[in-house]
Design a protein around this ligand. Sequence first.
Ligand code: IMP
Ligand code: MG
Length: 177
Amino acid sequence: MNSDNKIKVLIGEEELLEKVRELGQKITNDYKGIPPVLIAILKGSFIFVADICREISLPITFDFMAVSSYGNSKVSSGVVRITKDLDFSIEGKDIIIIEDIIDSGRTLNYLIKNLEARNPKSIEVCALLDKDVPRKTKNKVKYKGFDIPNKFVIGYGLDVAEKYRNLPYIGYIEDKE
Ligand code: IMP
Ligand code: MG
């Protein structure tokens, strides 16, 4: 990537925050009396979870898990590796996985299988972005932010080779012709 590349805005800051507010309110309504554990998948979801948790008016708790499937590449390796596991047991708990983006769906499928094996009471998924790519299996995303085109996006937690996570919007890099 060189300095001739230009970052274009795909989803602006206001639009993002409005959607996050809406998702947080939905979760608040659905989980009255059964405050869930938010399981944020690092690093990509760190900004999303920080924003959405403040829109959920329930005594939620948190845990964090880090997985790696891309390395420093833009293409998923297909092999998901846990680089940081949960700190607490989720047995009997109502959990919500907080994901930044679903691309091939491999990471999410792996996570659901892995977490299901720990016997939580329920698992739902909240994902900010869902890429328009053909998938063999349907993902179960109850709380979805935006459907987006099949582009490699950055910002609001999302990186390319660890950069651009601090952009306040979702963007993509357009190569100059
Ligand atoms: P999947 O396993 O192919 O669905 O990839 C999911 C993970 O890859 C996400 O949790 C992201 O961390 C990363 N990822 C997928 N697409 C993008 C992208 O467009 N930009 C940045 N990271 C991405
Ligand atoms: Mg990532």
